[in-house]
Every structure is written in C-alpha cells, then in structure tokens.
Design a protein around this ligand. Sequence first.
Ligand code: UDP
Length: 342
Amino acid sequence: MKELILVTGGTGYIGSHTVVELIKEGFDVVIIDNLSNSTTESLDGIEQITGIRPDFEQFDLLDLQRLEQFFASRPSLKAIIHFAASKAVGESVEKPLLYYRNNLNSLINLLHCMVVHEVSPIVFSSSCTIYGQPRELPVTEQAPILPAESPYGNTKQICEEILADSISAFNVLKAISLRYFNPIGAHPSALIGELPRGVPNNLVPYVTQTAAGVLPELKIYGNDYDTPDGSAIRDYINVVDLARAHVTAIRRLIAGKNSEPLEYFNLGTGKGTSVLELVQTFEQVTGVKVNHRIVGRRAGDIEKVWADTTKANETLGWKAIHSLDETLLSAWNWEKRLRDIK
Ligand code: UDP
C-alpha cells in the first residue's frame, strides 16, 4: 500500500514540483488548493511528467467544515506538506489582514484537524526572511529570529510559534519546518514552473520576462551594498532540489528518525550570488542579453544572506545538487515555453 500524503497548495510553484518528487518516490498524493494563485494546468504537467494525475480537491483551508469533511473522508492519510499561503511581500504590506487571516488560520485549521483525527506529521514551508539581516554569515538555524520586515514575514514567524506551541500541547503532533532561501528555476521538462501574476516581484521571473521581451528592462536595486560588486547577495536554490528536501523530511518523520518533535532546517546551497552575477550567468548560459539598469535600493531589502547547510546536509541527509547554470537555464526554458519562443 502506498502512503497517502496531503499537499496543500499542491498546484502552486513549489507544491507542484514536490508532488512530482513524491509520486516518483512512490507516494500517493492528494492536493488541496483554492487556485487563488495557480491553475489546474500544473496537474496536467504533473501527469505528463509522472504518468499519474494526483487527486485534487478545490477548496479553501479557511473553510473548517469542509476541511473536517476532508479529514473524515481520508482515514488513511499519513502526513501533510503545507504550502498553501499568500506569499507576496509587497502585497502583504497593503493587505495585512488578508495575510494574517490566510496564513495563520489555514495552519490553525490544519493542526486542529490533525489533532482531532490523530494525523501527523506535518512539513511546514518557512522562509529565511525570519532571520532578517543576520549578523553572522552563513546563517545557521540557531541565528536569532529578528522582528519581521513585512506582514508576510511575520506570518512565517508566527506560524513557527503556532507549530511549537501546538506540538508542546499535543503529543500526537510532529513537524519539520523548512526555511527556504531563494527558490528559483523550473522542472527540467519545462512542463511545470513558476506562474507569476502580473509584473513579477522576484528577480528570476523578472530576468526571464525581460529576456523574453515581455518587460522592457530589469532594474537592479542598488550597487552600493557592502558586497564585492555592490549588488545584494542571496542564496538561490533550485526548486527541484527544494522539492526533494520535502520528500526527505516526510520520510524522516514517518520513520520516526526525527531527534525532536519540531525540527528546523535551512534549505539553500550555502553559496551567495549577487544580483549582477546572476544576470551575467543567465546571459552566459542562455546567450540572451538582459537589458538592465542600476537603480536605487528597494525598501526593506537586506544586503546579503546565504545558508549554512550543515544541518540539512548532515542531519536531514539532503544536499542541493543542481548548479546555478542549469537552474537558470531551466527558468529560461520554462519562460520560452510560456511565451512560445523557439
Ligand atoms: N532584485 C532586483 N530587481 C528586481 C527584483 C529583485 O535587483 O526586479 C533584487 C532584490 O533587490 C534582491 C534580489 O534581487 O537583492 C532577490 O530579490 P527577490 O525579490 O527575488 O527575493 P528576496 O530575497 O527579496 O525575497
């Protein structure tokens, strides 16, 4: 019997890549997604890649009654990976109540159902934004959590606290919180990838859309940071590598190999890349020029951050394997497919 995993937000960017890896590793998957920021086309992509169309239920996790029905109808549910959340930093400043309502209540409702139906464990999508600008680099899981810069970042911090308090109170619960650095790229098949709505905020979709001629120019936010070339540094992690980490985390929890009921892992490459380096690498591997201009710093941006991956490598047994070159190429291949560029 295959083990059944619930993936919330499973039609989204990281969710869909994780569903592919779960299916490849022999799990059964059921997705809950309200399609607020994704479409069922990713189900077609998953099916084309794996030969299996995952079970899909469209509803909002804020609908507790519906979620209760779902748990009652799936007694064999083995574990949960929770991606469903609102994720745009800028939007969260404009609509804080939406972000707190969506991101906190969806986790609260899930944990409630997990306790009532005695279903555990859960893997939670967290973020390196909780570290702010760390004083020491690379940043380890022990680094202090700094006051959040945005309501979005705050929801990730509060969700980690909700997890910790719930796990202390209810013996049945176990969890791993995965703190992502900057996820980029797409599946090598170019059948699934990131679908930003409107003008993208994140660097790589902005780069690929500029290269495709959809956007006129990339603005590089700042060249006066205290970094070798003056542009800001991040740890860009391949989305398929990230997806694999979720399967590893689920296996660890199901096998009871976790050393504590709530564990935290940084998911990055351990290597920092500047904005200018990323653009140059993109131009080199694709042969396509990216029209760009240096402008002032973006409000709320930190200068530099990259992960200490020792704990993820040694304790979780996971390591990023894809290079920046192949990851940027995968992002470009996905953009070309979306735009029908040969
Ligand atoms: N960035 C940029 N131009 C853009 C978008 C992003 O120069 O159009 C920079 C941004 O200032 C940051 C890095 O690219 O230094 C990564 O930004 P992104 O929004 O992708 O992720 P963040 O680290 O802010 O979550």
